[in-house]
Write a protein that binds this ligand. Sequence first.
Ligand code: SAM
Length: 427
Amino acid sequence: MHTTLNPGEVEKAGLVEQAQDPTAPEGLLFHHAIEGKPLATPWQVAVLRAALLAQQPLPDDGLLLDCACGSGIQLAAYASSLHRPVLGVELEPSRAHAAAFNLQTVAAHHAAHQEAWFAESRIVAGDGTDAEGVLRASGAGHALTFLHLDPARPRNSRTHALDEMQPPLHEVLEAWAPHFSEQPAFVLDLSPRLTDGQRGEVEAMVDRLWPGLERTWEWTSRGRGRVDRLALWAGLVAENSVLRRFVRVPPTLGQDPLILRTGEPPEALSVHLQPPKRGEFVTLVDAALVESGLVASWLPTVSKDHAFRWAVLEGRRPQVHHDHALRLSEQQQAMVQATGRVVDLLTHDLDESTIDNVVERALEHKFCSVKLRLDLDPALQPVLQGSLDRQLRRRHGTREGFLTRHPNGHTLLLCVSAFDPVEDGSR
Ligand SMILES: C[S@@+](CC[C@H](N)C(=O)[O-])C[C@H]1O[C@@H](n2cnc3c(N)ncnc32)[C@H](O)[C@@H]1O
């Protein structure tokens, strides 16, 4: 049973979960239902994705569909950025109501109540895998131009087997495949934790329906030490000759994202552990950039080094050693968590009994600030960082830096940050 909602007519009554998305402009408040908030796409990510979609050659008319639209955040970003009506489908009726109201909120934000993209958009409460039922209920006469799917994933699951996603990918693709007007065009917004093997399974699923269909895999990072989103753009919305794309979401709304692209298969990287040395450079790279396989081609574009010694490839803080400073524009600095020159090697671990030794060595090297960039017990981290901040602040140091751990396990690397203006001047 499918029920169609007109976003221009839905009322706020009954919607109680409201939240300011920290990535959305102040005052643009979204509603959610049945704990829909953690499922929702952050507004900034949704808008960046809509801008990328706008660059692809979609036919001018036809249906833009999100067949598991949740609170409708991505849907509203597509509609308002592309100025095209959209159709959202959501199984949970109260969340479908929230999606319709959020579309209204976004239209109000853009003063666009009268525009066709809003007036003609609809939300269907029902099953997004029942294409005929959705089309009948919505009265959408057009053929499908573009399909978006961001399935719900089980919470607390570390593995995210493909068949745990709801709605299941294969059911959605099979149901909607006959409805594409021209070539298929879709974005599958998948779990960032998919393994390479699971990505292969997704590719095989696509190939069964459309053998050899063009596709671009996209890794998105917000610089938090992990992949934020992993998506497959396929058919007409795949980027021409681009197999993999890395998108670094900028720190603030309105700034341009940094995007890297390649049509080449990923270069295999391996760890070459060498004893750490004073004077060499250490960079903690964005973990998602490493996972995307684009780091090997990016590093030589920002360095005069030809050789990079990888010390850590896995986890939240991939670590690479090299001989010269990276040459990073302000925008490119977002690709690394920290980068700098090793000025001291401390051969002890870090805890409350050794923090004063770190302070002493930091003062000898004239640091005014040292950030901890290593895995620590989350309860201990603020204690140690607070102690460092307090003890370095009131002294006469001028350099900024960071402390990380060499994977040999018994050496801490005290580094002066390459972003530090004092260091820049002395190079
Ligand atoms: C991850 S959320 C989508 C969030 C959305 N991208 C946003 O920006 O708010 C996935 C949604 O799929 C819905 N869902 C699950 N099975 C479905 C089905 N068969 N048909 C339609 N929606 C379904 C879930 O209720 C959930 O709200």
